[in-house]
Design a binder for this molecule. Structure first.
Ligand SMILES: Nc1ncnc2c1ncn2[C@@H]1O[C@H](COP(=O)(O)OP(=O)(O)OP(=O)(O)O)[C@@H](O)[C@H]1O
Length: 253
């Protein structure tokens, strides 16, 4: 893997219009093809950091310091897949529109590429028909469409904002596996925001732990989880519920 950074976030500071600091002086860089995890409690500034990278801060928030430098384009997979889709537009048409505008191909080619993308993401034939709307898809299927929308932009960096939080655990696993194999195939780098340390450990080679808008600790994933230096990281690890029966089984051996 090349170590040349595709993204550099340097001393990024974001504030509300009320001047309250929401993200405070954070820095990290991302290498080509690398996966970096942002973890931390609710409200710690993870989503705002992703939005700053995308260049799409919400109303009422502004960048008051630092810089985001990137050599490649970014696309985002949002937490709520249904909310990210237009309920009144057929799924294939939504995707073909993005392909048409972002890849600058003909309408016919855009539709063909859209259908190929949906097939690659494992959407069944029956749901790739032109009269299928988001309401006819399950949550996991909607999230596959949202990932297809992001990939249609041919991003160098995929920004994932808790993309599996709204899904049940078996579907979570399938989506994570899909993202992993697409990353191997297409080579994009990834910033992955999650509350779920198990998902972060599976996907990300480095973790940044955020608390109240600041990075309290960062490091290589396994060593950070095995030897956390900051009590807040330890608290996050301790708050993961163990499976009691499996623990018991383990202690009997
Ligand atoms: N548009 C906004 N205007 C003012 N404050 C905001 C706005 N959006 C977010 N915030 C505040 O910024 C802080 C960080 O929010 P952010 O959404 O980045 O947290 P998060 O770590 O992603 O949380 P979660 O895991 O719950 O999604 C929070 O205190 C939030 O209330």
């Amino acid at each position: 893997m090349s170590t040349e950074p595709v993204l550099e976030v340097e001393s990024l500071t974001l504030a509300a219009k009320s001047k309250e600091i929401l993200v405070n002086n954070i820095s990290f860089s991302l290498a080509r093809g690398e996966s970096l995890g942002l973890v931390g409690e609710s409200g710690s500034g993870k989503s705002l950091t992703l939005r700053a990278i995308l260049g799409l801060l919400p109303r009422g928030v502004e960048q008051t310091g630092g810089a985001v430098r990137s050599k490649v384009s970014s696309a985002m997979v949002f937490q709520d897949p249904r909310g990210a889709l237009d309920p009144l537009c057929p799924v294939v048409k939504q995707l073909a529109e993005v392909v048409y505008y972002r890849q600058q191909v003909s309408r016919r080619a855009a539709r063909t590429i859209a259908l190929e993308l949906l097939e690659r993401l494992g959407l069944p034939d029956s749901l790739r028909k032109k009269d299928r709307y988001p309401s006819q898809l399950s949550g996991g299927q909607c999230q596959r469409v949202v990932i297809a929308l992001a990939l249609a932009c041919k991003p160098g960096i995929l920004l994932c904002d808790e993309p599996t939080t709204a899904l049940d655990v078996t579907v979570q696993r399938q989506i994570i596996d899909t993202i992993t194999s697409l990353q191997h195939e297409l080579g994009f780098a990834m910033v992955f925001v999650t509350h779920n340390l198990a998902i972060a450990a599976n996907l990300c080679s480095r973790l940044y732990v955020m608390k109240q808008g600041q990075i309290v600790e960062h490091g290589e994933t396994l060593s950070l989880l095995q030897h956390p230096a900051d009590p807040y990281t330890q608290m996050l690890i301790d708050s993961v519920l163990p499976l009691p029966e499996l623990e018991l089984e383990g202690s009997r051996q």
